[in-house]
Design a protein around this ligand. Structure first.
Ligand code: GUN
Ligand code: FE
Length: 444
């Protein structure tokens, strides 16, 4: 691959509260897809580097109104649920799973169907500015290999999970692993086949994926904990995602689901747990201690969560936290839309929503988050959760980037205004180009 230099204005999160605005910069990408340098006009070789890149045909000059952002990191998404995005969200979680989700996921026993859906889905994620996704597949090894193949083919950084679900009480006969041994064998088979087919610096990482506590027997949870340790792999699941789901663990295991997952070795520094709206402060402390990240899925939580995740509290407490679309508990793959919902939900948590109560008793004080906080979650927070060098425009990080076009303005805007408006108004049509590992993987 040729060296590439991108020239234009950029925004990148420094921490949860601060964004660095680079009014004019050169992002120099080496031939292995890493950001080598970020130059600003104060650097004495700025003009020389720009001219040399231009002469060599290695320069991308952003057009007027275009900005460079880090690619987004979607920490929680169900790839096989793409065909039902936006369907049946009026149903409660358990019903939605049994009547819509499981019948759809069962169709992925057909690899051709899987190939058609996954080709479109991976393309769609890239088209929304997502450069890394941590994904659930289905219980089918061949379909999950197809998802891995699509990530490699189209250039998405993919964390792909072979779903384990074998509890006959909470899964239908037509869509479940036949036994704990079958679930564990399928997981190990998938891991080995992804690893056997991996190229150098591969884009795909296999993920240990117990669907959630209600779907799994104790034997399977225990075996998956051991597999994660044996192969040193990331883990993904759902935790305390609704009233029904959190009560299930208490009734069947006599512990909160976070504690149950921990008991089986599934809360590690490589684990990402989705939702968490029903976690107690003690559970949150446990996640922090284990350095297990939470995937905040604000759109999905509005439907199934029975509560709002206290993001401000978790950030202040030092918990690891990123953002997830949860297709199709969430109806859109856009992390821009999830950034907006994260901000809106936090405002409703702070103010409270029942105006029949006195204002002072309605909400949870100091809960609001800013759009800057949410941008951090979609970039740096996600990268830290996955332990990858992505999510920042900074030397030593992967060149996982998006070029977005701002809507025109009738009045002059401050840099902060431009940034906020980009996050509030960008739609897929405004995303002009997406890079993963320095490769242009999407253009519009
Ligand atoms: N809990 C178990 N499976 C699922 C799923 O597919 N989506 C969501 N949102 N929650 C789940
Ligand atoms: Fe989910």
């Amino acid at each position: 691959m040729k060296k590439l230099i991108i020239h234009g204005p950029a925004f990148t999160a420094l921490d949860a509260d601060h964004v660095q605005a680079l009014a004019d910069c050169l992002v120099a990408i080496d031939d292995h897809g890493w950001i080598e340098r970020v130059l600003t006009p104060g650097d004495q070789d700025f003009e020389r580097v720009r001219q040399a890149a231009k002469k060599a045909g290695q320069l991308r000059e952003l057009a007027k109104g275009e900005y460079l952002l880090p690619g987004f990191i979607d920490l929680h998404v169900h790839a096989p649920q793409w065909p039902q995005a936006g369907l049946a969200l009026d149903r409660p979680l358990e019903e939605w799973l049994n009547h819509y989700t499981f019948p759809l996921e069962a169709k992925f026993s057909d690899r051709d169907f899987a190939a058609r859906v996954y080709q479109d889905f991976v393309h769609t994620l890239l088209a929304h500015g997502t450069t890394t996704a941590m994904m659930f597949g289905t219980i089918h090894v061949s379909a999950n290999l197809e998802l891995a193949a699509q990530c490699r083919r189209q250039g998405l950084r993919g964390f792909v999970g072979q779903v384990a679900m074998d509890n006959p009480e909470e899964t239908p006969e037509y869509y479940r692993d036949a036994s704990p041994a079958a679930a564990l064998r399928a997981s190990e088979d998938f891991i080995q086949r992804v690893q056997e087919t991996a190229g150098a610096d591969d884009l795909v990482t296999p993920v240990i994926t117990p669907r959630f506590v209600p779907s799994c027997t104790a034997e399977t949870l225990a075996g998956l904990g051991k597999l994660a340790a044996k192969y040193d792999l990331p883990i993904q699941s759902h935790v305390s995602e609704s009233n029904w789901e959190s009560q299930y663990a208490i009734d069947h295991f006599g512990m909160h689901d976070a504690v149950t997952l921990d008991h089986f070795g599934l809360l590690t520094h490589r684990a990402v747990m989705a939702h968490g709206t029903q976690l107690t402060h003690e559970d949150m402390g446990l996640l922090k201690e284990r350095q297990t990240a939470l995937a905040h899925c604000p759109i999905s939580n509005a439907y199934f969560g029975n509560g709002v995740l206290p993001v401000h509290y978790l950030l202040a407490a030092g918990n690891r936290l990123g953002l997830g679309s949860d297709i199709s508990g969430g109806y859109t793959p856009s992390l821009y839309h999830n950034i907006r919902q994260a901000v809106k939900s936090s405002r409703m948590l702070e103010d409270g929503v029942d105006s029949k109560r006195p204002a002072s008793e309605r909400g949870v004080a100091a809960s609001r988050i800013t759009v800057t906080n949410a941008f951090y979650l979609a970039t740096v927070g996600g990268a830290r959760a996955l332990n990858i060098k992505s999510g920042q425009i900074k030397a030593g990080y992967r060149a996982d980037l998006q070029v977005v076009s701002a809507h025109s303005s009738f009045t002059p805007l401050s840099t902060q205004d431009v940034f906020e408006r980009l996050l509030y108004q960008t739609e897929a049509a405004d995303i002009r180009g997406v890079y993963v590992n320095g490769h242009l993987v999407y253009e519009n």
